[in-house]
Design a protein around this ligand. Sequence first.
Ligand code: ZN
Length: 245
Amino acid sequence: MLAIISDVHGNLAALEAVLSDIQSRRVERIICLGDLVGYGPDPVECLVAARSFDLVLLGNHEEAVLTGAVDFNSRAEMAVNWTRQHLKNDAEAKEHMKFLRKLLTRCEEGNLSFVHGSPRDPTREYIYPGHARDTERMSEIFALIKHFCFVGHTHTPGVFTSEGEYVHPTALPAGVCVFHKDKALINVGSVGQPRDDDPRACYVTFDGDSAVFRRVKYDIKKTVKKIYETAELADSLGSRLLFGK
Ligand code: ZN
């Protein structure tokens, strides 16, 4: 069984809670779809934890740390600049930058593909629930998918089908999606900054036939406090965590 996580965003309390949930299950491999850093107060700790994952992909926030922020709003850009500086000031700065530079933008394994945003534009394109009915967009995207494609980036979990459907996990029985022959695009949600009105950390386990969307409670206030204490991280980056916005 795979555990697929994404968008940790420097939220160590959320990552630790998810990793301990993963440990309680029969998970063989942990795959991270990028955005380990950015927004949150613990980028170093999250990068160090990710060294033990089986696969880590490049997200737009890692890309921004490496090459500069493009199309970021001002609070996101400030957070990226703070993250870069914070990593560079760390005793293991070289290792962190080496780790970031080695990240791949996509990975294919048999009929599975993994990417941060979209198979068309791995780190940049957002596939929002509202896009499900955009036939042209979705048929181009599905043409690039062998069978199952796992993405993150929007921080909104759910399943997209080639039939033009989007299903949020709350509309699935017990958050479980059983797949048949049709292709599917699965957004695994966000560990460290969920935006679907549920503040709990989100991730997915996948056994080849079914995906289970898992929600994990964590000490949100611990992360919020650290954000409030860091001048370069906007307070709103903390308060949004309380509401899953
Ligand atoms: Zn993200």
